[in-house]
Design a protein around this ligand. Structure first.
Ligand code: FES
Ligand code: FES
Length: 161
């Protein structure tokens, strides 16, 4: 018997989006395949690497561990929604400036995680930054520049506030 589809409504990057999903549809798959937002990457699909991190009502979540039906009616921000129109967000600009990426596969997850981290704590210490990004893995191991980028993003945000 085919699995029953559920109609869900999400506010994704400020836009109301609807999708029909089976109960077991992961949020990562819903974003990528149903809504065409392929900026959210999927690495391990087991909640380990953090590549699939998106913001759910502003809080970082692993979309590979989240069933789409459970977030019906909620607000999601993906990497596609971080910029302000054509202007990259401070976190995105800092990653570009500090070369905080190599292949870029982990980058969407880092950008979402760091956006939430700096919203919560605009001037994190070295240790708080390490702790804050510890749930995101970079298989290119570009951690030094990623850490620099987080501090640079905090500076840019302070300059622009
Ligand atoms: S793909 Fe979700 S944590 Fe790795
Ligand atoms: S930049 Fe390649 S996985 Fe992080």
């Amino acid at each position: 018997m085919p699995e029953q589809a559920h109609e869900i409504t999400l506010v994704v990057n400020g836009t109301v989006r609807r999708a029909e999903v089976p109960g077991r549809r992961l949020l990562s798959d819903c974003l990528r395949h149903d809504l065409g937002l392929t900026g959210t990457h999927v690495g391990c699909e087991h909640g380990v690497c953090g590549c699939c991190t998106v913001l759910l009502d502003g809080e970082p979540v692993r979309s590979c561990l989240t069933f789409a039906v459970t977030v019906d009616g909620r607000e999601i921000t993906t990497v596609e929604g971080l910029a302000d129109g054509d202007r990259m967000s401070p976190v995105q600009r800092a990653f570009a400036e500090c070369h905080g990426l190599q292949c870029g596969f982990c980058t969407p997850g880092f950008l979402c995680t760091v956006t939430a981290l700096l919203r919560e704590n605009p001037a994190p210490t070295e240790e708080e930054v390490l702790e804050g990004v510890s749930g995101n893995l970079c298989r290119c191991t570009g951690y030094q520049n990623i850490l620099k980028a987080v501090h640079r993003a905090a500076e840019i945000m302070a300059e622009e506030s």
